[in-house]
Each structure stands twice: as C-alpha cells, then as structure tokens.
Design a protein around this ligand. Structure first.
Ligand code: 5GP
Ligand code: ZN
Length: 142
C-alpha cells in the first residue's frame, strides 16, 4: 500500500522509534504517547483491520504481543498495568487503516488514558441475551 503511513514505517521510509521487529511485526512508539511508552504493534503485511487476518497471520501476530507487553512492563517500575486496544472501523476510533494494536502502559487512574464500559445489564433479560448469543454463534465460520 503506497499511501499507507504504517507501511512506510515498516519500510523505514519515515522516521520511527522501533522497539522490536522481526519478519512478522514491527513495534514502534505511537507518536501521540498517550502515556509514556505507548507502543503500536503492526503486522508487516498490510491488512486493513481484524477482519482481514487469516488464522495463520493471527497466530503469528498475536503470539508476539505478550513479549512486547512484558518488555514495556519491565521498562519502568511505575508501570502498574497495560491496556491493549485494537480499533476496527471509524466508529471504533480507527484512524489508520493498517491494522495495529495499541499497548498503553498505565501509571495511575488519571494518567491520560481512559476507557468507559457502560453497565447496561439491567436492560437485558434472559431471552434477549439468548437471542444475541445465538445470532453471533450462527455467524461463526467453520
Ligand atoms: P487508531 O486511531 O487508528 O487506533 O490509532 C492510530 C495511531 O497512530 C494514533 O494513536 C496515532 O497517534 C498514531 N500515528 C499516526 N500517525 C503516526 C506516525 O506517523 N507515526 C507514529 N509513530 N504514530 C502515528
Ligand atoms: Zn499499510
């Protein structure tokens, strides 16, 4: 992909702060540094989003994430946790359409990153949850 910013980073055509790379992935500092050490892991092969991964590619890319997460965790004693985020689609805040995983080290509850999971459990009864469950299950590939 000629006009893809992450493909350009993979090829070192634009400057980047790489912390790890091999034949499958490249991990480099996110320019925004939401928290210090905020790192992106991208597959070297251009895929737009999670839906474009085949099983082999998923195995290869996902297998590398814990090692990079451990390196981030061990890089500073004040890192208390890490959020791993993968945005898919504009509505889900994806802005670069070369799939990537955010590894965001967490230092405290007010360190610049926040995530809100609404609790809507009181709006769902057993029937509704079962319908949702079955609807997702029946769309699984073989
Ligand atoms: P998304 O919103 O698609 O999940 O995340 C895209 C991320 O890419 C953003 O956090 C943004 O800061 C980062 N980003 C965009 N352009 C560049 C760049 O040129 N270099 C680096 N290192 N990160 C970038
Ligand atoms: Zn790309």
């Amino acid at each position: 992909m000629d006009d893809c910013i992450f493909c350009k980073i993979v090829k070192n055509e634009i400057p980047n702060y790489t912390v790890y790379e091999d034949d499958v992935v490249k991990a480099f500092l996110d320019i925004s540094q939401t928290t210090p050490g905020h790192t992106l892991v991208v597959p070297k092969k251009h895929v737009k989003d999670i839906y474009e991964y085949d099983t082999e590619m998923a195995e290869q890319v996902f297998a590398r994430i814990p090692k990079i997460a451990r390196a981030i965790k061990n890089s500073a004693p004040d890192i208390k946790g890490i959020n791993i985020i993968n945005n898919n689609g504009k509505v889900a805040s994806q802005s670069v359409f070369h799939s990537h995983f955010h590894l965001i080290p967490r230092y405290s509850n007010d360190d610049g990153f926040s995530l809100n999971f609404s609790d809507n459990s009181n709006r769902y009864n057993e029937d509704t949850l079962t319908r949702i469950q079955n609807n997702i299950s029946k769309h699984l590939e073989g």
